[in-house]
Ligand binder design. Structure first.
Ligand code: MOS
Length: 733
């Protein structure tokens, strides 16, 4: 009766479609007032004055917080920066310096949202502007080495280049991109004496607790963070940004609970972005396609206040069995908001350069692009020199190529047509590391025959509720309908950030172990109970099947799970477990892999590109729920289409403002842009990775998609576009 692995419908589906699921901004509290953040309109300089008085006289306004009246935080608010993964230097009104356009500089609190917004729009701010560094093209001359990403060398890249039959030497660029989950960032803050409760849209309730406590110099246990539902995360909600602390500050100063919702335009700056990259890729191979050398030099950007690195070259160190590899990252500091993790940070951007370069290399050598990948398949991790815990990449290539019909591809560009359009077929490899962190869970078997399971994890909308319910149900011997899984609360046992595709790999083992412990406790209770039909049975002869405690040797000897709990006075049977990764990480390299094939149709006169279909296959360990897994991989592929053809943050170099800071002009794929997507996940048995054999699937879906589409566009048109997004103007000149 294993429900783990079955395509169970989302347990949070009905609450979501009926509106019963409450996202952060849906919560309300007695006496709640509304905060609106005011952001800077210059990219660099000093705030000379803010005329708060004019604003304070407006209807309903209770408070205007500015750098001139904001309470002083310990260490100027920088204490929060010590918190891991939540370490962004925030803008907490502790000084008057402006580092980027759209930086938080004030907070207006009023009785209604409309009053707060109105007053925030009217707040007169006087600046002394200074020259900002905004132009990456100019700044790149001063690019510096990052603090904590070393250059890498394996073998002798220059030596490998000499005597190669073909060398591709090209520059690939990807633009700045901004996260825009349907649910923007939002925080509700309420103080009760020195206790702070935060409802926050976050990928990491524990991280919010730590960072906010640090900012105020409080003990972490004085802060409770609640987040039962997240309307999309994608990395931007993995960190704690200024508005979270500002909401708490405003609530304290106003003496009322405060709701602060980040406006859509404020999603472009103060809450992270994927930084632009300029990637110089050199790929050299022998005549038979054997890679001789790879060089990957990445220049990307960060803010002037804090280093954050998009490590796009990492993928080149480890994807192929190339003996001579050299990689490098360099950073340009710009007056922009600090960038951050965005789905498959590093791999999404790095795979575009690497996988396009391999496509170019294959053509130069007259080889099939898939054959080139197969020739350079890494049987062991070429960088760590370790065996893979499991790797099904060959099977992914075979499976996806066959379903796609790759064999029918005529390799000559512009050679295939359908319905008056140029047809292009392209492919790419996908990969993403398998991370895992320490996690805890609690299982309580209740007298009504149900189980309550808790872990302070998060569900970004991707299925944590559902798969943890499945894991607990199987481990307990209960149908999933009798398991209630709760998450998103720092009052629950701790769990890691829901980032790096690690939630399932981290939290499921803890849930499984806590459930096994609770189950054993219940069995002990039953066999020790003379009133039980299981009285005196050996522990190993008792199992739980569909909510019944029964003897393996004689299943007729049974009673409902709730019976011994009732006889013992009705007190729930409870157990906790904490799990963490072990030594297996030193002996195995752990990654998910995949193969992505794309077909585009390009209008020969207009240059319009349509993604006709994407066929992809992944080896990602064991799937706990095929339905939610497929949805998540499809979502990643859709985002990959956006990365290939649509997405770009347009930074105005004169002002440092994002010119398309809205969802009308910041383009993402809509249904009409998405052709048929066919995803399969090959069966993969990984006994080393964790107790459940699962790898993450959150990020890998986007990896390689932009390259597969770019390669397909080249095949269709004979035009190699190396800078994303591939808009039709790049095909027409
Ligand atoms: Mo993901 S970009 O690690 O939240």
């Amino acid at each position: 009766m294993s429900v783990t692995g079955s395509p169970l419908d989302r347990v949070d589906g009905i609450p979501k479609v009926t509106g019963r699921a409450r996202y952060t901004a849906d919560h309300t509290l007695a006496g709640l007032v509304h905060a609106v953040m005011v952001t800077s309109t210059i990219a660099r300089g000093e705030i000379v004055a803010i005329d708060a008085a004019a604003c304070e006289r407006m209807p309903g306004v209770r408070l205007v917080l500015t750098p001139f009246n904001a309470p002083h935080l310990p260490k100027g608010g920088k204490a929060a920066a010590d918190v891991p993964t939540a370490g962004h230097i925030m803008s907490l009104l502790q000084d008057t310096t402006v580092h980027y356009n759209n930086q938080p500089i004030a907070v207006v609190v009023a009785d209604t949202l409309e009053q707060a917004r109105d007053a925030a729009r009217c707040l007169p701010v006087q600046y002394r502007p200074a020259d900002a560094v905004l132009d990456f093209a100019q700044g790149r001359a001063r690019a510096r080495k990052p603090d904590d990403a070393g250059d890498s060398h394996r073998g002798d890249a220059d030596g490998g280049l000499r005597g190669a039959a073909a060398v591709i030497d090209a520059v690939y660029t990807t633009p700045m991109e901004n996260h825009n989950p349907m649910e923007p960032h939002a925080t509700l803050a309420a103080w009760d004496g020195d206790q702070l409760t935060l409802y926050d849209a976050t990928q990491y309730v524990t991280g919010v607790r730590k960072a906010v406590a640090a900012a105020f110099g409080m003990a972490p246990d004085k802060v409770r963070v609640i987040c039962p539902y997240v309307g999309g995360g994608f990395g931007c909600k993995g960190s704690v940004w200024s508005h979270v602390v500002l909401a708490a500050m405003a609530a304290r100063q106003a003496g009322r609970p405060v709701r602060l919702v980040v406006e859509r335009t404020q999603m472009f700056g103060p809450v992270g972005a994927r930084p632009l990259t300029e990637q110089h890729l050199v790929a050299a191979a022998a005549q038979d396609g054997t890679l001789r050398a790879l060089r990957h030099d990445v220049i990307t950007c960060t803010s002037t206040v804090e280093e954050w690195l998009e490590s796009a070259a990492l993928i080149t160190r480890r994807l192929y069995a190339c003996p001579n590899v050299q990689t490098r990252h360099r950073l340009v500091e710009l007056n922009i908001g600090t960038p951050t993790f965005m789905r498959a940070p590093g791999e999404a951007t790095g795979s575009f350069a690497l996988e396009c370069a391999l496509d170019e290399l294959a053509e130069r050598l007259g080889l099939d692009p898939l054959a080139l990948r197969l020739r350079n398949h890494a049987d062991t991790d070429p960088e760590k020199q370790l065996p893979f815990s499991s790797k099904s990449l060959r099977e992914c290539y075979r499976d996806a190529a066959e379903r796609f019909g790759w064999a029918q591809r005529d390799p000559a560009p512009r050679s295939m047509r359908a319905d008056g359009k140029l047809v292009g077929l392209g492919m790419s490899t996908a990969t993403y590391p398998t991370y895992r962190s320490a996690a805890s869970a609690m299982v309580r078997l209740l007298a009504d025959g149900t189980a309550l399971v808790r872990s302070g994890s998060q569900d970004l909308g991707t299925g944590t509720y559902t798969v943890m319910t499945q894991v607990a149900a199987d481990a307990l011997g209960l149908p999933p309908a009798r398991v209630r899984f709760e998450l998103g609360d720092t009052a629950f046992p701790g769990a890691p950030v829901s980032g790096g595709s690690q939630s399932v790999a981290s939290v499921a083992p803890a849930v499984q172990q806590a459930a096994a412990a609770a189950r054993l406790r219940l069995i002990r209770l039953a066999v020790a109970d003379t009133a039980s039909p299981l009285s005196g049975a050996p522990l190993e002869d008792v199992e739980i099947v569909d909510g019944w405690l029964q003897r393996r040797s004689d299943p007729a000897q049974r009673e409902p799970m709730s019976a011994p709990i009732h006889r013992a006075g009705g007190r729930a049977v409870e157990a906790r477990a904490s799990t963490k990764p072990g030594k297996e990480r030193q002996t195995y390299s752990m990654h998910a892999f995949g193969a992505v094939f794309a077909e585009v149709r390009v209008d020969p006169e207009l240059g319009e590109i349509r993604v006709h279909r994407v066929v992809a296959s992944y080896g990602a360990g064991r799937l706990l729920n095929r339905k939610t897994a497929h949805s998540q991989l499809m979502g990643g592929i859709v985002w990959g289409i956006g990365m290939a053809l649509h997405e770009k943050t347009e930074l105005d170099l004169a002002t440092g403002r994002v010119a398309n800071a809205n969802l009308a002009e910041y383009h993402i794929p809509v249904n009409a842009d998405v052709g048929a997507i066919e995803v399969t996940v090959v069966d993969e048995d990984d006994p080393h990775i964790n107790a459940l054999g699962t790898k993450g699937i959150g990020e890998i879906g986007i990896v390689g998609v932009a390259a597969a589409i770019a390669n397909a566009v080249y095949h269709a048109t004979g035009r190699r576009v190396r800078d994303l997004p591939i808009t039709l103007d790049k095909l027409l000149d």
